[in-house]
Design a protein around this ligand. Structure first.
Ligand code: FES
Ligand SMILES: [Fe+2]
Length: 371
């Protein structure tokens, strides 16, 4: 089991110490992860990304199809991103082997002569399914040495509720293990301390909350409820429609938090994903769409501030985590974090044994905390 998850669980009252080997980085394979924004691949440019400690070279063919290959030539390992891409095939910079970008299959080895028996089509560079959604390039990361499923599931998409909408995307890197990034994302108790602001809330606004949660496949849902209407944005929304504001928040493995806010015909939908680049580095990608009269620039300014507050906290936390302290998860404010660890462990167990492990939640449950 990875160090970060271990320390996170050491002092957990209901410990769920998963039995993953030490060398395991604590990643969940066989899922889609966002590698970069769609506008980072253009023309014949080759971009690079690191997902789950796998270096990737990413580009788009002249027909517009995004592709993702392992950024290492199968011949001698030089990154393929140093090579040349003609819009269809990627040529390695070292000995000029060429690979079809959409399949990874080798199509040419320039040094071969009529005396050689080597079949170029039997050689392939590492290659991953790649799709674009909502302005992101998604890569399906199957574990090394495993076969892709017969039917790769569809890449995640942000729910939208009308034809016309505005959309904004933000990201920020965190010097943290994925598990800390995720439990930070779903942690309700840090709000009044980390995200203080005049329009949102202050330390003094802390009050008791009761929220109902229910199990969903591979995750859990904060059931539909009316958000705390002392926050200015919710008050404005209610004024605009004259109707109640409701919000639903889902967490779904491996790394996604969806939030949907509705009031009459107006809606706001967001998704945050925490994607592991390395075991000590992850990235939050935050995308939001809405049909309210909220300019993208204003939304971006506020969202940027929230992300910066989280990032600064995670940088400070990573300083403390270097000393490998014992950590705690408490009830009820940290219960979502416990569900995350349990869901993750169940999934690993499920895949290892082929026997479905029951959901860690047996039904709806109400959690109480002050925030
Ligand atoms: S290292 Fe790529 S062709 Fe030799
Ligand atoms: Fe936060």
């Amino acid at each position: 089991m990875n160090e970060a998850a271990r320390t996170a669980l050491d002092a957990t009252p209901e410990s769920m110490q998963p039995g993953v080997p030490q060398a395991d980085a604590g990643f969940l394979w066989d899922f889609w992860y966002p590698a970069m924004r769609s506008d980072e691949i253009y023309g014949k440019h080759l971009a690079t990304a690191m997902l789950l400690e796998v270096p990737l070279v990413i580009g788009r063919t002249s027909e517009g199809k995004a592709f993702a290959m392992r950024d290492a030539c199968p011949h001698r390992g030089i990154p393929l991103s140093y090579g040349h891409f003609d819009g269809k095939d990627l040529q390695c910079s070292y000995h000029g082997w060429e690979f079809d970008a959409c399949s990874g299959q080798c199509v040419l080895i320039p040094s071969l002569t009529s005396h050689d028996k080597l079949k170029v089509e039997c050689i392939a560079a590492g290659h991953y399914p790649c799709e674009e959604r909502d302005g992101y390039v998604w890569v399906y990361m199957n574990a090394a040495g495993t076969q892709l499923p017969e039917q790769v599931p569809a890449a995640p998409e942000l729910p939208k509720f009308s034809e016309k909408f505005r959309i904004a995307r933000l990201d920020c890197e965190l010097p943290s293990h994925i598990d800390h990034g995720i439990i930070g994302l779903m942690d309700p108790a840090h709000g009044p301390f980390v995200h203080q602001s005049w329009f949102w809330r202050s330390k003094k606004s802390i009050h008791e909350k009761s929220k109902q949660f229910e199990p969903i496949p591979n995750g859990f849902r904060m059931s539909k409820h009316s958000p705390w209407t002392n926050s200015l944005p919710y008050q404005l929304l209610k004024k605009m429609t004259g109707e109640a504001v409701t919000t639903t928040i889902d967490f779904v493995l491996p790394n996604m938090r969806f939030e949907g806010i509705h009031s009459g015909k107006l809606w706001f939908s967001s998704r945050a994903t925490v994607t592991p680049g390395r075991r000590d580095l992850c990235r939050i990608d935050f995308v939001a769409a809405w049909n309210l009269a909220l300019p993208v620039s204003i939304f971006r300014a506020f969202a940027k501030m929230f992300l910066r507050q989280d990032k600064e906290t995670m940088i400070e936390q990573s300083e403390g985590l270097k000393q490998n302290p014992r950590l705690m998860l408490i009830d009820d404010a940290d219960r979502p974090a416990k569900w995350y660890f349990a869901l993750k462990q169940n999934l690993i167990e499920d895949r290892r044994t082929g026997v479905p492990v029951p959901h860690p939640m047996t039904g709806s449950v109400t959690l109480h905390w002050r925030s």
